[in-house]
Design a protein. Structure first.
Ligand SMILES: *Cc1c(COP(=O)(O)O)cnc(C)c1O
Length: 416
């Protein structure tokens, strides 16, 4: 049996523990929702004040050059690159994940259409359990193109081997599933895509900053992801898009705004794409929000994704073990894979009253979230979550289940 003392001993032994002091978390809260909105790096407040007061307020329009505003999507993309196995010049931080997915999917379809061997392919493979915006964006693009593209959705990752076939243009997959925490084997799936002549487009929303990634080595073709989840960039912070050097010359995306132009300040009437990753940009970026992304990246620069992964697996293993030991009499069902290689940095349990139990947890300061159907989702962020947090969260969960305190929460829900 694991004891509270075991957990505090692991905190004393944890090399990442001091990084928690670089985040501002309210007291009395155990935050297990960094997979949805990362916590605030302490430095973000002063950084926002500086950008607003000094760069905007005093330097005004000169800041596009003097404060490096114009170069920020690329400069911060270069800082993110090592966390995802990309090279400098392959990533920009810009726009939203939904918009970047649209650009990447459109570019991937066009790359295939421009290849005589593959031009007839009309199938986009994805998963029915993918995050809805990914499916919606693909549906919107396919309908708008009106060239017979359709989505082929699988219900189980094992079906990908047959679904990605000679008709498939692109497999558009989310590397770690937002609901279950299931992690694909990127190298194997990308390799299968290539064997079938398809491209592999990966959404890293629940992977970047959560699990080690090696996009180039694993044969990914294109990728997008969020900065406001595990990367702690702030609410609505701009997302990222990765286009590897080997695909950049053929990468053409339809949102051909002036920031993606080869010579944006030449003000020419005709569009000519920039060389390199700049062609993935569209227009003017939300500078205040973009600047805050760096505060999260500054913290990642003090450790490695390998160290983060080790602690992430230790935290999720501990949570699973404690829930199974201490809440054994309750009808909780583990949804997340036990196998480390198939697990992201979250743990999901079903419970028949999952929604009400989660409301009761939040009322007692344990912030996770709920996703249909009946799934309670707990995200584990090694930069600021301790082993004692895991112990305390499970004790509160056990108390709520033992006392059926969630019934009270459920009644309150119907009133508000
Ligand atoms: C969180 C998430 C998104 C969010 O997209 P936005 O454009 O930022 O709203 C997209 N895809 C996946 C898989 C996600 O988990």
């Amino acid at each position: 049996m694991i004891s509270q003392h075991d957990c505090s001993a692991r905190d004393l032994d944890d090399a990442l523990a001091p990084l928690r002091r670089q985040f501002d978390l309210p007291s009395g809260v155990i935050y297990l929702d960094g997979n949805s909105l990362g916590a605030r790096p302490s430095a973000a407040l002063a950084r926002a004040q500086y950008v607003i007061a000094a760069e905007w307020g005093t330097d005004l329009i000169r800041s596009w050059n003097t404060a490096g505003w114009f170069d920020m999507p690329k400069r911060l993309g270069d800082r993110l690159a090592p966390l995802i196995g990309a090279e400098a010049g392959e990533v920009v931080i810009t726009d939203t994940t939904s918009i970047n997915l649209f650009k990447a999917l459109a570019a991937a379809l066009q790359m295939q259409a421009g290849d005589a061997q593959r031009a007839e392919r009309r199938v986009i493979v994805s998963e029915r359990s993918n995050f809805p915006t990914d499916l919606y964006m693909a549906q919107g693009l396919a309908a708008w193109l009106d060239r017979g593209y359709s989505l082929r959705l699988v219900d189980d990752p094992a079906e990908l081997a047959t679904a990605i076939d000679a008709d498939c243009a692109v497999a558009m997959l989310t590397h770690v599933n937002y609901r279950t925490g299931y992690q694909h084997d990127m190298a194997t799936v990308s390799g299968h895509c290539h064997a079938q002549g398809a491209l592999a487009l990966w959404d890293l929303a629940h992977s970047a900053g959560a699990v080690p990634l090696d996009l180039n080595a694993d044969g990914a073709d294109l990728a997008v992801g969020c900065t406001y989840k595990y990367l702690n960039g702030g609410p609505g912070a701009p997302a990222f898009i990765w286009v590897p050097a080997r695909h950049q010359a053929r990468f053409r995306q339809p949102l051909s705004g002036w920031w993606g132009h080869a010579a944006p300040f030449a003000m020419e009437p005709g569009f000519a794409p920039a060389d390199g990753i700049g062609r993935a940009l569209c227009g003017t970026q939300p500078i205040v929000s973009l600047a805050l992304v760096e505060c999260g990246l500054d913290i990642f620069a003090q450790t490695t994704m390998e160290a983060i992964r080790r602690k992430s697996l230790a935290l999720t293993d501990l949570f699973i073990s404690l829930v199974e030991q201490r809440c054994a009499s309750h009808p909780l069902g583990l949804v997340t894979p036990r196998e480390h290689a198939r697990r992201g940095s979250q743990v999901s349990f079903t419970h028949p009253h999952g929604y009400s139990v989660m409301q009761a947890l939040i009322a007692r300061g344990v912030i996770g979230d709920y996703r249909e159907p009946a799934i309670m989702r707990f995200g584990f962020t090694p930069l600021y979550t301790s082993f004692t947090d895991v112990w305390d969260a499970v004790e509160i969960l056990r108390d709520i289940l033992d006392t059926q305190a969630y019934d009270i929460a459920a009644k309150r829900d119907t009133v508000t």
